[in-house]
Design a protein around this ligand. Structure first.
Ligand code: ADP
Ligand code: ZN
Ligand code: ZN
Length: 742
């Protein structure tokens, strides 16, 4: 029980102006009864209307003349479960990442929204096994792929969630209705709340853990049994059986009466992965993802809080599902950039999971084929316990990797985007009817449009970025959606030679059409997948071998298993080395390793071609050899030399203003204020690399320091400075250990 005569309270009004704690006197009637995180009612404002608020601090230090303070009215019995835990977590976020308390609270508290009663449907199989198999054969012959997908799942499972089929396997409702009319299945509705995903299965075929897997499980669970709570890192190549270990650990922790959070990046939350969890844990597991409405999300939180589920699977926000008996957090693909929030508070799920695990007495297990430097550094220094798995369990051997020097290719007269080596191998694969993935390592999408006479580049009038060329002579801004037609003449010099710089996935698709006419090509990039569900659709169609070649960006290399793929071509491996932020080598290494991991997942061995202008760069050399350890040593030496995380810490301060001059002045003042601390390395202010987005000007300052605490102090100093100089029309945001450049 917290001691003190005064309570600092955050009022539950979403208005920036009241976004600070207000102090109240604790009346004798409530003395000793208030706790941090409690929801209370207090009189607020001129009319002293009763409002709800959260207690964030209890203190004896009075901030105003005590006789002017109002008193806490009452403890709110039915307030949303604020929950001490959530408030503690929010307070930690506020102090660690620099956000307002209300923003932090809103991040961690599930938003309560009125919910329409909803029903979830499921599919029950009515046909016997024999009949199913013959129907499956027929569907295969007739190339009815959607039907085939449903039937082959039904062979394994007599009962399937409707949503999982329509959303993840992309089966149309019409296809399901036709199966129902045939009497093969029955579609049943059941109340949603009770059970969003239910798979009744007693027939999960269990793998017997390999000795390496069993060792990890036994070590972690026996430490758990002894009351040891810590962070573990499993470094294991793709296909080495990490997920199987997670399942075993979760099982062990559930058997001890505890609950688990399983974090998976949204893009890797595929049907196959979910199914493995549903099969093992049945209706004790649920999933949270971005396609849930606020109501559905709230509902999952309610179920968790009431103890109706024990496992939640989801991306970073799944951390905020309130489990009373949290025992384990697992974080797969720990190195993924999507684990960091892009809005304030810019929290990192790994650090947040560590804090949460500490607070709840839970263990944390991180897993990755290519751990982040942060995690591996901690493992090497003994703060995390490290395990490694370096054998693929399904037999498939690691692919053979070729590196092609594009400079030589050009010197020898090949101007195509495909090297001769790659063309030969592709030819061979198409001939043998094996599948190919072509991966374009590019963070922008299509090419920019420029004048070949004067160099003028077409830019967005609202954002400081070049416009991207699209089919049909359109140019699009990927930041604000601005669209315009491509001019016939250069706006600067009137030359007709205004052309697109061809390097996007669309252009590759075009070139493929010319070089390999007849090959069936699928393309996946942010443009194609903006439409809902098209992502899964493309993947399942490629999986079903409805195409020979899949062309795409980053998103095709994440955790998908295509047994038919025996060749992966990486078209311009070093493009991501030009990102000019300190993480670009790490990102390149991770992408190349992951892309290479896509080849040869089936029976036939795979090959990988890495095309690059910088064949000697260590990230490419090490990715070719699949040597994580050597990469880590080199990269860590660089970070230490340059004082970058994890060798030191960094704070990015982003200053945004509608008036360029005002933004610049504020940035300058903040830099001056920062430089008062002589120990702090201050870089900037400068214009952000994208100096304007949506007509808002952006400036950035970077600070480097060995101690995180010193950076938090710097942030506090800026907040105090801004509070004492009110009335500016600037928005200042903080990003600790940023993962992207501003
Ligand atoms: P990762 O998560 O490291 O990519 P998975 O757990 O998905 O690895 O395992 C890769 C493949 O190996 C899967 O098809 C899985 O069913 C299989 N597998 C995992 N563990 C075993 C085991 N102990 N015995 C046989 N197969 C296994
Ligand atoms: Zn021109
Ligand atoms: Zn724009």
């Amino acid at each position: 029980m917290a001691q003190g005569r005064y309570a600092n309270i955050i009022i539950d009004i979403s208005h920036e102006k009241v976004d600070r704690p207000f102090q109240y006197k604790i009346p004798d009637s409530l003395a000793g009864m208030l706790e941090i995180g409690m929801c209370v009612t207090v009189p607020f404002g001129m009319g002293s209307r009763l409002r709800q608020g959260y207690v964030v601090e209890i203190t004896d230090q009075v901030q105003y003349p005590a006789d002017k303070l109002k008193e806490v009215h009452a403890i709110e019995k039915n307030g949303p479960f604020a929950e001490q835990d959530a408030v503690r977590l929010a307070a930690w976020m506020k102090s660690t990442y620099g956000a307002t308390m209300i923003a932090a609270l809103k991040t961690v508290l599930p938003v309560k929204k009125a919910m329409k009663p909803r029903q979830k449907k499921k599919i029950l199989c009515l046909a016997g096994r024999e009949e199913l198999l013959s129907l499956l054969g027929e569907a295969q012959r007739k190339k009815q792929h959607a039907k085939e997908r449903v039937l082959s799942q039904l062979v394994k499972e007599p009962e399937l969630p409707y949503e999982l089929l329509t959303k993840k396997l992309n089966v149309s409702p019409a296809a399901l209705r036709s199966l129902e009319e045939q009497g093969v299945i029955r579609i049943e509705a059941e109340s949603y709340y009770r059970n969003p995903v239910k798979i009744v299965s007693e027939r999960e075929v269990r793998n017997c853990l390999s000795p390496e897997q069993a060792f990890i499980r036994d070590e972690i669970l026996s430490e758990y049994e002894q009351g040891v709570r810590r962070t573990y890192l499993i470094r294991g190549i793709t296909g080495s059986g990490k997920t199987e270990v997670y399942l075993a650990l979760i099982e062990g922790v559930l058997a001890r009466g505890k609950q688990c959070i399983m974090l998976i990046p949204e893009i890797a939350l595929t049907y196959q992965t979910l199914l493995r969890f549903y099969k093992r844990f049945g209706d004790r597991v649920s999933v949270i993802n971005s396609s849930l409405s606020a109501g559905e999300r709230f509902d999952q939180c309610e179920r968790a809080r009431k103890g109706e589920i024990d496992v939640i699977i989801g991306p970073r926000s799944a951390l905020f599902v309130p489990f009373e008996r949290l025992g384990l957090i697992v974080m797969d693909e720990e190195h993924e950039g999507s684990y960091k929030s892009e809005t304030m508070p810019r929290y990192h799920a790994r650090e947040t999971a560590e804090f949460l695990a500490g607070m709840k007495g839970a263990s944390l297990v991180l897993g990755s084929a290519t751990p982040s430097l942060e995690a591996y550094h901690k493992a090497k220094s003994g703060r995390y316990r490290l395990f490694t798995l370096d054998r693929r369990l399904t037999g498939g051997s690691l692919p053979e990797v070729h590196v092609v020097d594009l400079r030589r290719e050009l010197k020898e007269g090949n101007r195509s985007i495909f090297s001769r080596r790659l063309q030969d191998l592709m030819e061979e694969r198409l001939h043998r009817e094996e599948q190919i993935i072509l991966f374009l390592n590019r963070r922008g999408y299509a090419g920019f449009v420029s004048c070949r006479s004067c160099g003028y580049v077409m830019k967005c009038p609202h954002c400081d970025v070049s416009l991207s060329q699209h089919m049909g002579g359109k140019m699009v801004c990927h930041y604000c959606g601005y669209e315009t037609v491509q001019p016939k003449k250069c706006p600067a010099c009137a030359s007709p030679y205004i052309l697109g710089f061809k390097a996007g996935t669309q252009q590759i698709e075009e070139q493929l059409g010319r070089r390999f006419p007849g090959a069936r090509v699928l393309r996946m990039d942010a443009d194609v997948t903006r439409k809902k569900d098209s992502y899964e659709k493309i993947l399942s169609s490629f999986f079903d071998r409805e195409a020979d070649i899949l062309v795409g960006t980053q998103m095709i290399v994440k955790g998908h298993d295509f047994p038919g793929v025996t060749l992966v071509g990486i078209l311009a491996a070093d493009l991501s080395l030009n990102d000019s932020d300190y993480r670009c080598a790490e990102r390149t290494f991770q992408l190349l390793t992951q892309a290479a991991g896509r080849a040869g997942r089936g029976e036939r061995p795979g090959e990988v071609v890495i095309q690059t202008y910088r064949p000697d760069h260590y990230s490419i050399v090490r990715a070719r050899a699949q040597d994580y350890e050597a990469f880590y040593e080199e990269e860590m030496a660089y970070r230490e030399l340059a004082g970058y995380p994890p060798a030191a810490h960094m704070l990015a301060i982003l200053i945004m203003a509608a008036q360029e001059r005002e933004g610049g002045v504020t940035a300058q003042e903040i830099a001056t204020c920062l430089k008062e601390d002589k120990e702090l390395a201050v870089i900037g202010p400068s214009k952000a690399s994208i100096g304007k987005i949506n007509d808002i000007y952006r400036f950035v300052i970077y600070c480097k320091q060995e101690s995180y605490g010193a950076l938090v102090e710097a942030k506090d100093r800026i907040e105090r400075f801004l509070a004492s100089n009110p009335g500016r029309e600037t928005n200042v945001q903080f990003d600790f250990d940023p993962i992207d450049r501003y």
